[in-house]
Design a protein around this ligand. Structure first.
Ligand code: FAD
Ligand code: SIN
Length: 532
């Protein structure tokens, strides 16, 4: 087997990709390709924690109910039940691998300390202070690096999937995936990574929007690659905007966890009015879609560029102990959160839709699985409940590993001869600035026209403009040698158009999708997914 051949190819090294890699290691060779350094992922920045129903006054039933309520009628009940009832077992497994979460004293000794976030009726967020994701990522990387059969290829960007239909030059239904073409950042060479099973674990698509809590890797590559290959995708109109990102010209993407509101922090207008009481009976702990829309509406009503998040009610000692990363980071930007309120704005945070998968993590293309934020399992419906994403990734990583192992066991699964990547006739990109301009255009268009509040006319304009931009970007893609910036630009524009298409199809408002031209929820016609 050559270096680029393996039993399993995993694209992405966040919680989803690494867990699948660890679980598959004893079954064959695993190649993990990841587009920057190994640890650069949304997982690494997760703050709040993992929702697991382990509290004394909690139960899987209650967690299921809260998830379904947040999902506004679109969560698939069987998926929610599947995930939540496996939550405890998956958390235990993660702890056996070495993950340590914050503990507290109780009458019976030490137990997991549980945080509170919007939409949860009880405390159930297991966390490692306010850097839960960084801790999980470090534990998983340590484990993956110790496994001989797992090879992690950093600075390798997957370009597109290798499909049987393209090898045989004839349409196939269903098609079969045999790996991916991958751009090696250092050399600019595109290699064919051939595998019996390919697992997409590429995370989300926050960078489609001008303002986002996501790191730079979140350019929707997995969704774009899968959809270009003919896989079914769905519910892409449900983009979750996190209510509170730090508003500061240099604090790119810094999130202020919802958990701070769980401990007593309050959102105020610049005049000091705690406005959330006017929007929802749970005030600052209302579901995320409600809070983000309320902030958007207050900013528009008052003509303000941000609102204020007051963390002083938490108290200085507790802030420093419970949220040390937030405290230190804000101090670096000139804000002592124990003494003064913070300017915050909503920003694109999480993609509830994605590549459609079944309860075995299978996409509609044979040999291609998807897990983590890239996947649309049906769990989150029209709005994800806070801290349910890491949980979903944990549970579905286990499912994906089992499915991949049963596919790979079949002797009949043998990859065909794959042609090398062809780039004859392409030139070196003359100036990167050509791409920068288009990046800004796509992201501003999506922010201004396909944001928290949408309308038919804005969506129409957005669709026309994004099509023109895409044509233009595709011409670059055909004419120039590939560089990561060009690939990502191609993907944000592609996913942007898919989001617009889904948003235009849904003729109602529900959860995260709010269109002023059809503001009501229409259960009769639209209690269903948007599939494309
Ligand atoms: P990621 O962790 O994003 O990993 C994606 C991987 O794919 C990366 O390694 C990336 O380099 C790689 N990749 C992408 N495209 C390519 C390509 N073309 N080629 C090669 N590699 C590629 N959720 C919770 O449940 N609780 C929280 O407290 C929480 N807090 C959050 C805080 C922040 C700031 C953010 C941004 C998100 C938070 N979320 C939280 C959401 C959650 O972190 C993510 O949904 C989850 O970590 C996604 O994991 P993943 O493995 O699917 O993707
Ligand atoms: C947060 O800590 O507010 C993020 C939690 C999440 O996105 O689930």
């Amino acid at each position: 087997m050559s270096a680029k051949e393996s039993d399993f190819l995993i694209i992405g090294s966040g919680i989803a990709g690494l867990l699948v890699a660890i679980k598959l290691a004893r079954l064959g060779k695993v190649n993990v390709v990841t587009k920057k350094e190994k640890s650069e992922s949304s997982t690494n920045y997760a703050q709040g924690g993992i929702a697991v129903p382990v509290g004394e006054n909690d139960s899987p039933q209650l967690h299921i109910q809260d998830t379904l309520r947040a999902g506004c009628g679109l969560s698939h009940r069987e998926v929610v039940e599947f995930v939540v009832t496996r939550a405890k077992e998956c958390l235990d497994e993660l702890m056996k691998m070495g993950a340590r979460f914050t503990l507290e004293e109780s009458r019976k000794g030490k137990r997991l300390a549980l945080g509170q976030e919007g939409g949860h009726s009880v405390r159930r967020i297991v966390h490692a202070q306010d850097t839960t994701g960084r801790h999980i990522e470090a534990v998983l990387l340590e484990r993956a690096k110790s496994l001989e059969t797992v090879e992690i290829h950093e600075n390798n960007v997957a370009v597109d999937l290798i499909l049987e239909s393209r090898i045989r030059h004839k349409p196939m239904k269903p098609d079969r995936c045999w790996g991916a073409y991958v751009l090696e950042g250092k050399t600019g060479r595109v290699n064919a990574f051939v595998a019996r099973v390919t697992i997409l674990a590429t995370g989300g698509a926050g960078k489609v929007y001008l303002y986002t809590s996501n790191p730079d890797i979140a350019t929707g590559d997995g969704i774009a690659m899968a959809h270009r290959a003919g896989a079914r995708c769905g519910n892409l109109e449900f983009v979750q905007f996190h209510p509170t990102c730090l508003y500061h010209p240099e604090a790119k993407s810094f999130l202020i966890s919802e958990a701070v509101r769980g401990e007593g922090a309050v959102l105020n207008t610049l005049d000091g009015e705690p406005f959330m009481k006017r929007y929802h009976p749970n005030a600052d702990l209302a579901p995320r879609d409600v809070v983000a829309r309320a902030i958007d509406s207050e900013m528009k009503r008052l003509g303000h560029k941000h609102v204020l998040l007051d963390m002083r009610p938490i108290g200085k000692i507790r802030v420093k102990r419970r949220f040390p990363n937030i405290y230190k980071t804000c101090l670096r930007y000139g804000y002592d959160v124990s003494k003064q309120p913070l300017p915050v704005v909503p920003a694109a945070h999480y993609m509830c839709g994605g590549v459609a998968v079944d309860l075995k993590a299978r996409t509609t293309i044979d040999g291609l699985l998807a897990v983590g934020e890239v996947a649309f399992t049906g769990m989150h419906g029209a709005n994800r409940l806070a801290s349910n994403s890491l949980l979903e990734a944990l549970v579905f990583a286990d499912v994906a590993a089992k499915t991949a192992s049963s596919i790979a066991k079949s002797k009949a699964i043998c990859p065909p001869e794959v042609e090398p990547w062809k780039d004859e006739g392409t030139a070196q990109l003359p100036e990167i600035v050509l791409l920068d301009h288009d990046w800004d255009q796509v992201r501003s268009l999506m922010w201004d026209y396909v944001g928290i509040v949408r309308s038919d006319s804005r969506l129409n304009i957005a669709r026309r403009r994004i099509r023109m931009l895409r044509e233009h970007i595709e011409s670059y893609y055909r004419a120039y040698k590939l560089v990561p910036d060009l690939l990502e630009l191609r993907n944000i524009a592609y996913v942007g158009e898919l989001i617009i298409r889904c948003a235009m199809m849904r003729r109602e408002s529900r959860g995260l999708h709010y269109n002023i031209d059809c503001p009501r929820t229409d259960d009769l016609n639209w209690r269903r997914d948007t599939l494309i």
